[in-house]
Design a protein around this ligand. Structure first.
Ligand code: F6R
Length: 241
């Protein structure tokens, strides 16, 4: 595993964007696995900036996102499709048909998960997968205790996650109860993994995930078994490594 320690969030975002840019420049039709959440927002901003300066071209780039809430339309401002449009896709020259986010409105979720796995396979796999990390070590919506061997699947959100998300919705009833997520197996099949972490509140889980035992109790710990992981974090998040 390669570790890059940045001074702060801006430095972390710049380094992560550098790494993604290298893929886009060296392989213009690369497959980027993307994440939502607060951590990668600065990385996406930096990519937009370099695109605006003429340094990056996304014409043939393809993307596949980690996860999506069940029951939210792509236009819902809390859906992950909406997040990707507003934080990245709407600001660069990527083709909408080259971007993939699980369909949270699918009637048959098993069929949707199978379709998504096939999309990833048809693309030839993921060249680099961006991952943020939850405070409990979750990656995607793979919460502690989930089996390592799953590909894309539907999950019931834990009450803690539902409660934490409630602030983004008009009422608690509107908070999605389920999500579709790439599984650990799908994530581990990516050729390279780029983990981004920021802030002192992530220091304990970063330490547990990368120096503790590999266990489903800390889903991100499985990344110790991946041959090509790059961890980019700011000083605060990496302080206990
Ligand atoms: C996002 C995702 C989540 C987040 C994680 C960290 O698509 O699947 O696993 O990466 O919850 O979120 P932040 O970056 O907000 O700390």
């Amino acid at each position: 595993m390669r570790v890059y320690v940045a001074e702060d969030y801006t430095g972390m975002s710049r380094k992560a964007a550098n790494i993604l840019s290298a893929h886009v420049i060296l392989n213009p039709s690369c497959v980027l696995g993307l994440a939502t959440g607060s951590t990668p927002i600065g990385t996406y901003k930096q990519l937009i900036d370099w695109y605006n300066k003429g340094d990056l071209d996304f014409t043939d780039v393809r993307t596949v996102n980690l996860d999506e809430y069940v029951g939210l339309s792509p236009e819902h401002d809390q859906s992950y499709r909406y997040f990707m449009q507003t934080n990245l896709f709407d600001h660069i020259n990527i083709k909408r048909e080259n971007t993939n986010v699980p369909n949270g409105l699918a009637e048959d979720l098993d069929a949707e998960c199978a379709r998504y796995n096939q999309v990833i396979r048809d693309m030839g796999g993921i060249d680099i997968q961006v991952l943020g990390m939850g405070h409990n070590g979750h990656i995607g919506f793979n919460e502690p205790g989930h089996a390592f061997e799953l590909e894309t699947h539907a999950v019931d959100l834990t009450q803690t996650t539902i409660d934490a998300n409630a602030r983004f919705f008009a009422s608690k009833d509107e908070v999605p109860r389920r999500a579709v997520t790439m599984g650990i197996k799908s994530i581990m099949q990516a050729k390279q993994i780029l983990v981004v972490v920021s802030g002192a509140d992530k220091a304990d889980i970063v330490k547990a995930a990368f120096t503790g035992p590999v266990t489903p109790a800390v889903p991100a710990s499985i990344l110790q078994m991946h041959p090509n992981v790059v961890l980019v974090g700011d000083k605060a998040a990496l302080s206990k490594l």
